[in-house]
Design a protein around this ligand. Structure first.
Ligand SMILES: [Zn+2]
Length: 531
């Protein structure tokens, strides 16, 4: 009897395993939460009851995942997630970088050879042409003979384009009148999206109040709004906010919109519409479709109010519920064994230094322009003519090409080291030889487009607005992000504590989906248990 029971059990176990294999995956949902620090998973975990709770309980969670490049900005982060390599090889070394030959700063995805689609704005002249390597989504298009449908959405063009890659069907980002794209991907917006844009105007979302989602007593008691930015149209940086006042106080409305939970809501709404209208995940192909979403409202609110504000916390509680709606839809319509979800972030963020200083931390806030003029003074005092110093950006100094560049780099590096806010500085030659972790992250984060001298402030210090916060450094608060895999093929929830890298996601997905790794991928395959 016992033997028979065991036999029946084995039969059913193998049946379950057989029914959920990676090659049966019909849809990959790739979620990047902009500016999500790893500790947001634990800090609010007792209040999560939706998507984050599901991911934490049923997913394979990597608790010690880090970005491996500096600067930790949005575009380098997204590009590293999808290419499985560092900016040194994928080429997206910043959101912007200085181009000495034209004496101007350029935007990472600007492409004047493409046309805006769904808008006439020149800000939609965007393409992945500066991304040197393939993404895992590109490799999926190759493997599936273009049968996989790949749709990417974000409030920001860089959050969508880095995901859709070179060959994906579509990258859409938010313009004033809805989601837009560029001629790199299509010649016109799909009809259903034009309808969606008409029905879902930004204005239609911006009414009523943004107030505490749950009882106010659940939010931190020790709470100062002194270093939070007061949005135009509001009297103070505190709940409740009148959404139509915020919307109307902003000339285009879009900046106000993106800084509220409505920014994530429209992404959820358009994602559900895409699943329905494009029938993503409902097909008999060997390879899955992809829905990539970057929830970017979290970044805007983080920049405005910091990492400990009630607004940031509330945004995450709402995102937890929004993700639940998405997962419910997927369970019901795609089937829980037929999709996988991967969630991560493009970077973290620092504490507001002025607040931290009041709380006793020896950190500093600096205005970027002041810091730059102090640097210039030190450099000219060291004997380098000021016209040789072309630009400061991404914690790099661009120096005029000249015969004594090698010695000038060293003089500039030594001059910067004299500044009390500077923890470390390196010349480009030193970066090339780097093996020490912080210098190595600079090496990973730079290429021929970068400057000639690099520097880091001390941990916790930032050069930014006095209110809110930012990111970009190589310190833990900027590099440490969540990575969670979830879905039918991952057969047991697991906590992984070993230190892993964000660039491991792409080769891992390649392994799971049985496709080639992206062209410059140098990450490793993560130890997931899947069928
Ligand atoms: Zn940001």
């Amino acid at each position: 009897m016992k033997k028979l029971f065991q036999l029946v059990l084995t039969f059913f176990t193998s049946l379950t395993i057989m029914s959920q294999t990676a090659s049966d995956t019909k849809l990959v949902v790739s979620i990047v939460v902009d500016q999500m620090r790893a500790d947001y998973l634990t800090r609010y975990s007792h209040l999560y009851e939706g998507g984050f709770k599901t991911l934490l309980e049923d997913g394979e969670v990597f608790w010690n995942a880090h970005h491996t490049h500096v600067p930790t900005y949005t575009a380098p982060g997204h590009a590293s997630i999808y290419t499985g390599t560092d900016p040194r090889f994928h080429g997206i070394i910043g959101n912007n970088w200085y181009v000495p030959s034209i004496g101007k700063t350029t935007y990472c995805l600007e492409d004047l050879d493409v046309s805006p689609i769904g808008t006439s704005s020149k800000y939609a002249k965007r393409s992945p042409k500066n991304i040197h390597s393939t993404t895992w989504t590109d490799e999926l298009e190759w493997a599936s003979n273009k049968k996989s449908k790949i749709f990417a959405f974000s409030l920001k063009d860089r959050g969508a384009i880095c995901a859709a890659g070179h060959y994906g069907d579509a990258a859409f980002w938010l313009g004033k009148s809805g989601f837009i794209s560029s001629s790199h991907y299509m010649s016109s917006l799909p009809k259903w999206l034009i309808n969606f844009n008409q029905k879902n105007s930004l204005e239609s979302y911006m009414n009523g109040k943004w107030d505490y989602l749950i009882d106010k007593n659940n939010y931190p008691e020790i709470h100062s709004t002194a270093f939070e930015r007061i949005p135009s149209g509001a009297r103070k940086a505190d709940f409740p906010y009148d959404l139509s006042l915020l919307f109307n106080a902003d000339t285009s409305g879009i900046e106000a919109f993106k800084t509220t939970p409505k920014g994530n809501q429209i992404l959820l709404d358009v994602a559900l519409e895409t699943l329905k209208k494009e029938k993503l995940g409902i097909h008999k192909n060997r390879f899955p479709d992809v829905l990539a979403i970057s929830f970017s409202a979290t970044d805007y609110i983080g920049h405005g109010t910091g990492i400990r504000s009630h607004e940031t916390m509330d945004m995450y509680l709402r995102l937890d519920r929004q993700l639940d709606t998405l997962f419910e839809y997927l369970n019901k319509n795609i089937g829980k064994d037929n999709f996988i979800v991967i969630l991560t972030a493009d970077h973290g963020a620092s504490d507001n230094p002025s607040q931290a200083k009041l709380d006793g931390m020896p950190v500093d806030w600096m205005a970027p322009a002041d810091l730059e003029s102090e640097f210039r003074e030190l450099i000219t005092a060291a004997g380098v003519p000021s016209e040789f110093i072309l630009n400061f950006s991404n914690e790099q100094v661009y120096i005029q090409e000249n015969d004594s560049l090698e010695s000038i780099q060293k003089i500039v590096r030594n001059a910067l080291l004299k500044h009390p806010a500077i923890a470390e500085s390196w010349t480009k030659d030193e970066i090339r030889e780097a093996s020490e972790p912080f210098a190595l992250m600079r090496k990973n984060g730079s290429d021929k487009r970068s400057g000639q001298v690099f520097y880091s402030l001390y941990p916790g210090s930032i050069a930014y607005y006095k209110t809110g916060t930012t990111h970009g450094s190589g310190y833990t608060y900027d590099t440490h992000v969540p990575i969670i895999f979830f879905g039918g093929i991952f057969h047991s929830p697991e906590n992984h504590n070993e230190r892993i890298n964000v660039k491991d996601i792409a080769p891992t997905l390649s392994h799971i989906l049985k496709i080639a790794q992206p062209s410059a991928s140098n990450g490793k395959i993560l130890p997931l248990k899947f069928n």
